[in-house]
Design a protein around this ligand. Sequence first.
Ligand code: SAH
Length: 253
Amino acid sequence: MTAAAAGWLAVAGLGPGDAALITPEAQAALDAATDLVGYGPYVARVAPRPGLTVHASDNRVELDRARHALDLAAAGRRVVVASSGDPGVFAMASAVCEAVEAGPADWRGLDIRVLPGVTAMLAAAARVGAPLGHDFCAINLSDNLKPWALIERRLRLAVEADFALALYNPRSLARPEGFARALALLREVCEPARPMVFARAVSTPEEALRVVRLAEAAPEMADMRTVVLIGSSLTRLIPRAGRPFVYTPRSAP
Ligand code: SAH
């Protein structure tokens, strides 16, 4: 067997933060890897160990990072590309596929696997009950990779279709006014009492959760570590001691 034949690449999700939410499958890949590739704060979540070379990078160079990882795997290394949450949700799995599609033909023969993880919206939803218990969709509010007009159109159609929503990347530093515009749009379509959840840094020591009505929501309640959940017209609150439950019934009338 040649050295190159032993190489592999696993695109793994590390979950929302808590080590207990890393899947055993992802942990096994991390334990077997020779190289760890990813955005600095994500690879920092993996304990250093002898034999593991860490390639931390900036967040804006996804395709370069994917190509680098593929090069390493083609050279016989055992490579984990780490994402937070799930690698297929606004993360590195697409970048790896894109790099394979455009790259040298032999990359298509590599052992490449995508290992799922607990994405932020599911960790956030679980904290408050079941706000995503019926039909829902996820929208990335970052306009780094698509025009704002498209984000607004998807948001409007999603609430008009009465999906519950999960909004990722609600407020970027480069475009802080985007989320304020999103809230204004929601107020045009939805009733003021619509339940919303601002879930920040879920499953980390900095976790902060707020359940509010749309009328009380303010742009400052979200930042880049927050996922925002918005109920459908059927989503209800159950008041109780502490934070209320938020849930969407399984059936729509
Ligand atoms: N692949 C990741 C998402 C990457 S996009 C996943 O599946 O979760 C980054 C966005 O994810 C952040 O801006 C935020 O909206 C959300 N996010 C990631 N981790 C989070 C956490 N622990 N708590 C709340 N939101 C989180």
